[in-house]
Design a protein around this ligand. Structure first.
Ligand code: GTP
Length: 355
């Protein structure tokens, strides 16, 4: 069952972005196409009807298309219909130009590139069909002529279309791919970090534990499992918001009080882990006592006298076959500390670790 579906405002925002991009590219495209097409039409002595239609297509259609899409209940569908109309118009203007080679080739390639980037093969196939319809319907009106001459004027007027448009097209595509890269980075981060506590989640912890365990075969490392004491009581007495505040405060302490090479993370519920690479058990205890001290300074506005505490289990990486065993040893140490009165540090000892 899909638990996630994007909100209406997000869908609308995405669609607005798509419409704006197409609007800008359509305005630029029809403007730049206007001059070479007009040049060929004038050379061929085309009627004023054709010139008027070209003018409307170049200067009115982009705004009308935007209006149609924005007013539609399904803006994206409406925009795909507009893109189909662009393809019909493209085919019709190529026919009207008597397939004048240079502007026709540039116009057709731009239509292909645009459709492909907006909707892939599916849109391109549809657009090709509409392009052919536009062409086949209009070509007989020109007595099926091939206008093989390209005058200097047409050549010069085609130049901006084949340069400016392609540059703008590449810039628009680059901006989309950059945004996609940023989004991917954001997604990766949100898949591995807890947004509420600002610490790595269990998934990232497992990866890092595996790595540090392998490294610790050449160097020593310690692992701490920390449990907030009596969080249920805090929730029951002062409300869940107070419990959340305690968890956020402990997370902040773990971020601030651990070294650059250390790795604090969430184990689950009200438990945390800190991986301490390259340090001995005594050094880990020193870090642990500092964390206990800082945690005791957390105050609740609901009860100034309340004192927050942690229980900490420590395990060195020695004598373990894999990182799961290492973690289990530290968890057993934490259980012992809880049993022995909480608000303290303890380690499971070598005999227990091997078992
Ligand atoms: N406010 C809050 N409470 C949570 C969160 N996650 C888990 N808890 C609560 O933490 C409590 C954990 O209960 P216990 O496992 O009995 O632990 P404890 O109350 O800290 O008791 P000891 O471990 O013996 O010190 C439960 O009541 C959970 O509902 C959270 O994100 N926010």
């Amino acid at each position: 069952m899909p638990y996630y579906s994007p909100g209406e405002s997000l869908v609308r925002e995405r669609s607005d972005r798509f419409l704006r991009r197409i609007y800008f590219m359509r305005m630029l495209g029809t403007f730049l196409c206007f001059f070479p097409i007009l040049s060929v039409l004038l050379e061929r002595g085309a009627s004023w009807v054709a010139v008027t239609l070209l003018t409307l297509n170049a200067f009115i259609w982009p705004h009308l298309a935007m209006l149609i899409s924005q007013r539609s209940k399904q803006p994206n569908q409406a925009e795909f219909r507009n893109l189909a109309f662009d393809a019909i118009a493209g085919g019709a203007w190529v026919a009207q130009m008597g397939v004048c080679l240079l502007p026709s080739a540039v116009l057709t390639s731009i239509l292909i590139a645009d459709r492909f980037s907006a909707g892939g093969w599916q849109l391109l196939r549809r657009a090709a069909l509409f392009y052919c319809i536009g062409f086949i319907v209009c070509w007989p009106f020109t007595a099926l002529t091939f206008y093989t001459t390209v005058t200097d004027r047409t050549l010069w007027l085609t130049l901006p279309l084949s340069t400016i448009y392609i540059i703008a097209f590449s810039a628009a595509n680059y901006s989309i791919s950059r945004k996609l890269r940023d989004k991917q980075h954001e997604l990766e981060k949100s898949a591995l970090m807890d947004p509420f506590l600002g610490l790595p989640n269990r998934r990232l912890l497992d990866r890092r534990l595996m790595l540090e365990f392998e490294r610790s075969k050449h160097d020593l490392a310690c692992l701490m499992v920390l449990g907030v004491d009596d969080l249920k009581m805090v929730n029951d007495l002062f409300g869940r918001e107070a419990g959340d505040y305690v968890l956020r405060s402990v997370s902040a302490i773990l971020r601030q009080e651990t070294g650059q090479n250390d790795f604090p993370a969430i184990l689950g519920s009200d438990e945390f882990v800190v991986i301490l690479p390259g340090i001995s058990e005594e050094e880990a205890y020193a870090v642990g006592y500092r964390l206990l001290l800082k945690t005791s300074e957390i105050r609740l506005s609901q009860d100034e006298g309340f004192q927050c505490s942690l229980s900490i289990g420590v395990a060195t990486s020695k004598h373990h076959e894999n990182y799961n065993q290492w973690l289990a040893t530290a968890e057993r140490a934490l259980v012992n500390v809880k049993r022995n009165g909480k608000n303290s540090i303890g380690s499971a000892g070598r005999a227990e670790a091997v078992a």
